[in-house]
Write a protein that binds this ligand. Sequence first.
Ligand SMILES: [Zn+2]
Length: 350
Amino acid sequence: MRVFFVFLGVLASLGWAQPRVGIEPGLTRLVFDLPAGATYRLSQSGQVLAIRFQGTPPRHLDTALNTPEVVGYQARPSPGGSTYTLHLRPQTTHRTLELSQPRRLVLEVRSPSAPSSQPRAPTPVVVLDPGHGGIDPGAVGHVHEHEVVLDVAKRTQKLLEARGIQVVLTRNANRHLSPDKATDLGLRAAMADSKRILFVSIHANAAEKAAQGIEVYYFGEAIDQRLLSKAIWENGGGALGERLTQEARTVAQRLMSDLLAQANLKFSEQLARATLQSLVRETGAVSRGVQTAPFYVIRNARIPAILVEIGFVNHPVEGRKLASEAYRARLARGLAGGIVAFLNNGQAQR
Ligand SMILES: [Zn+2]
């Protein structure tokens, strides 16, 4: 019986993980998931902000954030829950808001130079990266990858702009950004800077055996050889692709110990899941799941970043669908829907 209760306790504490951290210029945001019935109380003394949670599992954490607004935080068990002690930088201001479904407490800490605590005008800028182009056609089948991903990106751009979301395309014509693949991917990746809110690289697959469906990636190590081979192909193929993949894998290993990068990867995973779900709902395509792989173009992203494979250009059915206007419109609705769902889910709460 005792073992059973210990097990329940472990499950409960896993369900209440450490806060998710978001960073933008002039702003650090912490998001705490609130179990049903949990309460919290804030108190401040100088640069120390305490949040006492009740109805949550006890936590014991020491975390350095080192952002321009927050030095770090500690959590210690307190009666009925845990107390988080946040160490803020001088002259910062903060505000909290509670979100529902699921219930979350959002704490925003701002630098003195940042706009006041007035709600800011929403200016999220989404980067859409249609893969390949110019000297690099990408995968070839019933359609060319460079052409279908550009068309789908432009359609997605229109849908997002209609909702007030600004969009930047890494290319808007059949061209490369540089004849050198590493430079080309580097220039695309550079657009995922902190002034933007998220980055979506759009690609299409080809396979030797008849395969079909949609898969969405965020950055990380590949769990098997197939995913590693895919990363090598998208990273330029051949010896070059091998070299860039190896560089990306080195980054992946380094990120394991980088807390901020890990928080950003968590957001990337959420974006990947929201996007896949929306794409499959709109298109009825086979879901090939959310995976991680060392894609060079998303290796250093400081904002949520994913790579979407929208289908197989050489599949006898899916390849022909990818050539049709109607199916491309559905893919665009799926992509835009996933992005909007992610933005509405607290990460980009303004
Ligand atoms: Zn590609």
